[in-house]
Design a protein around this ligand. Structure first.
Ligand code: ATP
Length: 237
């Protein structure tokens, strides 16, 4: 039996929406993954969000959003760790939890990947797992090589335009290779929805139906999430 293949989809998930689910399902299929972990961050290091919803609510919404797909699982690895959520620490914990017989595929939007040099211990992170870099259709991957130190360049694989075969995805790497990990450039579908837009709609009393699952919609309503005005920056509450 081959190694277990697990996708890692981190985010603020405030709230989780259909864009996240469709992305996860597309990547699950394209990379032949056994499971996709949805990992809400505790404190995102790269987002300045004074109005961030409590981690327990965001985690509960991820549970609700992933209920109906047996390949999707919520993970509390970041919400259970105090302070900022650094990906390198998350992947290290998952490595311990999942064991050496698991290959991890870390999903990152192109925008955040282009800032990889600002991520904590990013070279160590790139040496721990595969990456799947996702852009909006039409977006250019040109700058990916610019932001990566040269030793990572041979690992970049373009898998746009369909499923890559398993060898292309890293599993067929030779034992003599020090780092079998690949950085895959993917054109997985990007829906025109965002959590920012959904929060704004909910705040304005507008419908969020069909942008989130019915379970998430109910959760938002029951707990009255996104009803408060966004606090002004620096305001004392
Ligand atoms: P916000 O609007 O609050 O910044 P978001 O909708 O971008 O949030 P995140 O929780 O930050 O959602 O995103 C987590 C992951 O999902 C990231 O890798 C991001 O690139 C991806 N993602 C977000 N929105 C979409 C979408 N509409 N389609 C596909 N992938 C998405």
């Amino acid at each position: 039996m081959g190694k277990k293949r697990v996708g890692i989809l981190g985010g603020t998930f405030d709230p989780p929406h259909l864009g996240h689910l469709l992305l996860a399902e597309t990547i699950r299929e394209d990379f032949d993954l056994d499971e996709v972990l949805f990992i809400p961050s505790n404190e995102p290091p790269h987002k300045d969000r004074p109005d961030l919803t409590a981690a327990t609510h965001r985690y509960a919404m991820v549970v609700a959003a992933t209920l109906h797909n047996p390949a999707f699982s919520p993970s509390a690895v970041e919400v259970n760790r105090a302070g900022k959520s650094y990906s390198v620490e998350t992947v290290r914990s998952l490595e311990e939890q999942l064991g050496a017989e698991t290959e991890m595929f870390f999903v990152a939007g192109l925008d955040s990947f282009l800032a990889i040099q600002t991520w904590k211990r990013f070279e160590e992170l790139l040496d721990l797992c595969h990456f799947v870099v996702v852009a909006r259709p039409g977006n250019s991957f040109e700058r990916v090589l610019e932001v990566l130190p040269e030793r990572f360049h041979p690992r970049v694989v373009d898998v746009r335009g369909g499923r890559a075969d398993r060898a292309d995805k890293g599993a067929g790497s030779t034992a003599s290779e020090v780092a079998p990990w690949r950085i895959h450039l993917s054109d997985a579908v990007f829906l025109d929805v965002s959590a920012t837009e959904i929060r704004a709609r909910a705040r304005a009393g507008r419908s969020i139906r069909y942008r989130v699952t019915p379970e998430v919609e109910r959760y938002v309503q029951t707990h009255g999430l996104y009803e408060q005005a966004v606090p002004a920056r620096g305001a004392v509450t």
